[in-house]
Design a protein around this ligand. Structure first.
Ligand code: C6P
Length: 417
């Protein structure tokens, strides 16, 4: 044996069967078949560690936060604020003052729209989005346009579902005050060149809001390296609980923004004449927060870091490649979204079969995919389809499951001819 071999470290092996054992739900049967869960882009499953962290908190430490001198309130506050620091480290924010707990991506984007944009924009100002956005990154901006007289501009995509960057640049001008873009498209899987977009937008003086809902489970997100002004994501797509998410905001911007909702936790002092607001980040956290959700999110981040997000991403990219090759051989299958850089999301149609019927037959085989417009109706309009079927792959999916998806699709063909 050569010295070279003796001293080389073996390449890390991604043991998907071990990963699967961390997710109790994956052992269940659906319609008499073993579950094949290919809908993680809608909501990922939780590892035992997240379930247990939430359970431990609920069983031993629950009380309201920032309110009591008693032991449980202090424990709950420590757990909640500890979770905030965990998030800060996960996305490499400078300070916990930049980490706002929200209900999810949707609420995070609405917060920026109503607090940042509504208070600053007026007639003649522009908000620029792209043609592949989720409704959560379209409608809040339409509301702001109605409220302020600003105009919504849309940068186009091409037939592969890729943003046409040159067109986006043409639409950027000193009138552009906000650029709001997805990091990854949920309907197509396209990974957008957000760093390039951020740099171009900053050159025109616009602030950039990134919808990170579909990126956070698949790639290391470093908000400082990206230079994002705002970055929103949901815990439940990152193996964490539902009903909690994060809005990262650059501290200098958050400090100047008015509160969005009024109530407990966002105040320092209230009289009938005047209220003084709390410091960051609590200024934006009115009411009792989702404490157990934050605890679960922190545990999810620990879990992802333990597996290594780069290892997860490499595993998912392998699955994406295998699935793309296998699905290409299914007669009548059309891919919707064929960008060069994609996350592990495959949208497709089958000639002559409505996507809902695909979903129903697949479900009978135990295979869970999402069907519909994926809350991205303009994307469906662009590709001239009413809906698609979408298979999405996460850290726990296997090549065998891709085989089961393909076999189930052949069943669809048998049923519908
Ligand atoms: N997409 C999907 O199946 P919430 O609901 O707030 O956690 O996330 C909203 C959201 C925003 N942006 C993108 C890119 C998203 O994918 C989502 C959620 C799910 O694709 C449910 S529609």
């Amino acid at each position: 044996m050569s010295a070279q071999v003796l001293h080389s470290t073996p390449a890390p092996v991604y043991d998907v069967e071990r990963v699967r054992r961390d997710f109790p739900i994956l052992t269940r049967m659906v319609n008499g078949k073993p579950l094949v869960y290919l809908d993680s882009a809608a909501s990922a499953q939780r590892p035992r560690r997240v379930i247990e962290a939430v359970d431990q908190y609920e069983t031993h430490s629950h009380a309201n936060v920032h309110r009591g001198v008693h032991a449980l309130s202090q424990e709950a506050t420590e757990a909640f604020e500890g979770a905030r620091d965990r998030v800060r480290r996960f996305i490499n924010a400078s300070s916990t003052r930049e980490i706002i707990f929200v209900r999810g991506t949707t609420e995070g984007i609405n917060l920026v729209a109503q607090s940042y944009a509504r208070s600053r924009l007026g007639k003649g100002d522009e908000i620029l989005i792209t043609a592949l956005e989720h409704h959560a990154n379209i409608v809040p901006w339409q509301l702001v346009c109605e409220q302020t007289g600003a105009t919504l501009k849309v940068a186009p995509i091409d037939h592969r579902g890729e943003l046409i960057h040159e067109e986006l640049e043409k639409l950027l001008s000193p009138r552009t005050k906000v650029v709001a873009v997805a990091h990854v498209s949920n309907a197509l899987g396209t990974i957008l060149p957000v760093k390039r977009i951020i740099d171009a937008a900053h050159a025109q003086g616009a602030v950039v809001v990134v919808d990170g809902a579909q990126a956070i489970p698949h790639a290391r997100v470093d908000v400082r390296a990206l230079g994002a002004d705002f970055y929103a994501f949901s815990a439940h797509k990152l193996y964490g609980p539902t009903g909690v998410g994060v809005l990262y905001g650059r501290e200098s911007l958050l400090a100047e923004m008015p509160p969005w909702q009024g109530g407990g936790d966002m105040i320092k002092a209230v009289t009938f004449e005047r209220t003084t607001y709390n410091d960051l980040p609590w200024k934006f956290e009115a009411g009792t927060p989702n404490i157990s959700g934050a605890v679960g999110l922190a545990a999810a981040m620990d879990y992802v870091d333990e597996l290594g997000i780069e290892n997860i991403a490499a595993h998912e990219q392998r699955l994406l490649q295998v699935a793309t090759e296998a699905l290409a051989r299914v007669p009548g299958l059309q891919f919707i979204g064929t960008a060069a850089h994609k996350a592990s999301v495959i949208s497709f149609t089958l000639d002559g079969v409505h996507p809902h019927d695909i979903g129903t037959v697949l479900d009978a085989e135990g295979v869970a995919v999402r069907t519909g417009h994926h809350c991205a109706m303009p994307v469906m309009d662009f590709f001239r389809v009413p809906a698609t079927a979408r298979a999405s792959f996460a850290c726990y999916n296997t090549e065998d499951e891709i085989g089961q998806l393909v076999a189930a699709l052949r069943k669809v063909r048998e049923v519908f001819g």
